[in-house]
Design a protein around this ligand. Structure first.
Ligand code: PRP
Ligand code: URA
Length: 205
């Protein structure tokens, strides 16, 4: 399995403003859109295409169109902050939802919702901004595999080494695309330096 960390300078710029504790929810949502768009392009770089014959205003030529249908699965609720750029960039994408919430004391994620479209033969892109202990990501991928998903990619904005390691151990064939690989988790299983609670900052809660 590969961990790919975004190397575009715009990614570093956007992430710095996301990390800044003075950034308010409206700007936070815009920045989330921007970095998720960069990550969406990385996570789809290897998609297959097939030839398509077309006529330009000048002559006939052969172009290429996407051949693999896409499903995006945001992990509720913070994953919703990464969904829109996938919709805007890949208009035919289908969307599934997995609801997981970490217990405030134990940091263990509890599943409360799952609605997935047919997944066979499709690239399934799971999006969740924070890969902390990895418990949520591992559970989400378990559910997606249980529903028939085989070509799965995980996309996050910030990854902790602990979460990346758990994903590598549990789902070694699932590539991870991250905006940054941070230092460590603190005692409450929050990422350092991180950006705090993504869902709270996204929704002003
Ligand atoms: C956050 C985040 C991930 C999870 C990561 O969600 O969006 O889903 O924590 O932590 P983990 O890797 O240790 O599982 P949270 O459970 O706080 O729910 P929310 O999105 O509803 O805020
Ligand atoms: N969830 C978050 O929103 N932030 C963290 O640092 C860890 C889990």
């Amino acid at each position: 399995m590969a961990l790919h960390v975004l190397s575009h300078p715009l990614g570093a710029h956007v992430l710095t403003h996301l990390r800044d504790h003075t950034t308010k929810p409206a700007l936070f949502r815009t920045l989330s859109y921007q970095i998720s768009l960069l990550l969406a392009l990385e996570a789809t770089r290897d998609l297959t295409t097939h030839e398509k014959s077309i006529e330009t205003p000048m002559e006939q030529t052969t172009g290429y169109v996407l051949a693999t249908p896409l499903v995006v699965v945001p992990i509720l609720r913070a994953g919703l902050g990464m969904l829109q750029p996938f919709h805007d960039t890949f208009p035919d994408v289908s969307v599934g939802y997995v609801g997981l919430e970490r217990d405030h004391e134990t940091a263990v994620a509890r599943s409360y919702y799952c609605k997935l479209p047919p997944l066979g033969g499709k690239r399934v892109i799971v999006v969740d901004p924070m890969l902390a202990t990895g418990g949520s990501a591992v559970q989400a991928v378990n559910m997606i595999k249980g529903a028939g998903g085989t070509d799965i990619v995980f996309v996050c904005i910030v990854a902790a080494p602990e979460g990346a390691a758990l994903m590598q151990q549990s789902h070694p064939e699932v590539p991870i695309h991250a905006g940054a690989l941070d230092r460590e988790l603190n005692g409450r299983k929050y990422i350092l330096p991180g950006l705090g609670d993504f869902g709270d900052r996204l929704y002003g809660t």
